[in-house]
Design a protein around this ligand. Sequence first.
Ligand code: HEC
Ligand code: HEC
Length: 500
Amino acid sequence: MENAIILSSAPRPRWLPLALVLLAAALGALGWAVWQTQFAWKSGYGDGDLSHIAQADPRALSGGDLTTFHDGFMPFGQSADNLPWQYEAIFEEGDGVFDKTFRPGDGRTASAVNSAGGMRRVGVGPLYNATGCAECHFRDGRVEQPYVSGGPMLGMFLRLSVPDGKGGFKAPDGYHAQLRDKAVAGVPAEGIGHIDWEEIPGAFPDGEQFSLRRPHFRIEAPAYGPLPENLIVEARTAPPVHGGGLIEAIADATLLSLVKTQENAPDGVSGKLSWLTDPETGKKVSGRFSLKANEPSLRAQAAGAAFNDMGVTSPIHRRQMCLDNQTACLAAPHGGTPEEPELPENLLRSLTVYLQLLAVPARRNLADPVALRGEQMFQAARCNACHVDTLQTGDTHEIARLRNQTIHPYSDFLLHDLGPDLAGRPDGLASASEWRTPPLWGIGLTERSNHHTVFLHDQRARNLQEAILWHGGEASAAKARFMAMPKADRQALLKFLESL
Ligand code: HEC
Ligand code: HEC
């Protein structure tokens, strides 16, 4: 009691309320700064304006909030609009890695490098297919194969397999499952792949003629022993990489519900989800990247591409790939060690974020009656059984901006059997003739960006119509409906694809 009286009678300093207000303001400002610099930007949204997205026709928003209206010659290489500057910086760094031309490593050990101020040269090879991501994914799209019959390969590699005698397949003795057609000085390349094209004439029911070209692959100068007679060769070309983050953000449950729907679908369409083991966690995960959906994430895909296509090691692939019989490869200098791989963790992360935040080009020609008629024809032929027009991303991706987006990929990301004409080699859960439905968003901009219109896994199709005409297997009925359409409807359907 006595104490209370003493307290209440003590004079309160005049400055106290002001000091408390200032302290609260300072704490608030500090909290705000910490929130902004450490947390808020991780949502993936900057504090700029996205009203053009909010006001756009929803049908145009192929990539939801990650749609780009860029109308220049790099439609696949744009970052999502209004990124926070922190992501902008990581994106730019990843872009630099993607566009870099790698040179052979110089063999200095990692420790020598550090004391020399980070001068180590990140090395391509010893065996490789290309010296940089963009060599194959030209402008984040796809580079064109030389049309010449018998010509060498560009942006394409061959996958080799032979029956293993146990019902499965393995790489031929002395070779990798992916033929490396280039090598650093002093190391023999595994062999050089060539394509010979064969023209196959055909006709629509209305009598209009067409011709398709079928590739035949041959391997010259095999350097590590003769290749067996029963060798199965499959070519794969680089698909465009835009929209990867959104593909990553689709929930397994969404893809599984598509599998379920297709169980009762007409036309014998029945997709399956690819399941595989994540190379880093050892966990069973769904695969949605690569042409046979055998990569689980952009991080795994990027590290796998650096390693398999370029011979660049990373935290996921720490040792060079040389086989025991490839002695010159084993002895060649390279730019990393297992402890300090060539592509360090921070650059692999930037490369991954780059791929995650690449935007998707907006759909165009929404007022063109022919393109809109084509959309109806696309549905009437039931192309959308596999090329599903609208999906929703899940709500768990680490970049919040990729969550809960309504997207128009025109894919179910499932494996489908497209028939013996398109068969290659089995891979993971995919049989030789099963391929992942490729997304069609942006496909109409291939010519503007990449100066060509060649499509399918080995670029045998010279235009969109040829791509459709190669469909078989589960897509036979859809193709037959396309072929039976009057010419004007076929043209309208193509016009629709070009508007994507
Ligand atoms: C030699 C050509 C080549 C190079 C170099 C290359 N890629 Fe690829 N990329 C491909 C091919 C071919 C595929 C399809 C792979 C498959 O089906 O196994 C692919 C697939 C991809 C995909 C999956 C796209 C999708 O829709 O599933 C991504 C992402 C990708 N590459 C990123 C990269 C990155 C990052 C680099 C550089 C570190 C790179 N690639 C280097 C040819 C290449
Ligand atoms: C059963 C599933 C399925 C159906 C139905 C289907 N497609 Fe496809 N489509 C695929 C698959 C799988 C591929 C990839 C094949 C390959 O690369 O060898 C593909 C490839 C394509 C491509 C080339 C894409 C690229 O990036 O190279 C186009 C264009 C295309 N389809 C359009 C159509 C049209 C138009 C129809 C309807 C007439 C149709 N598809 C019906 C599964 C299907």
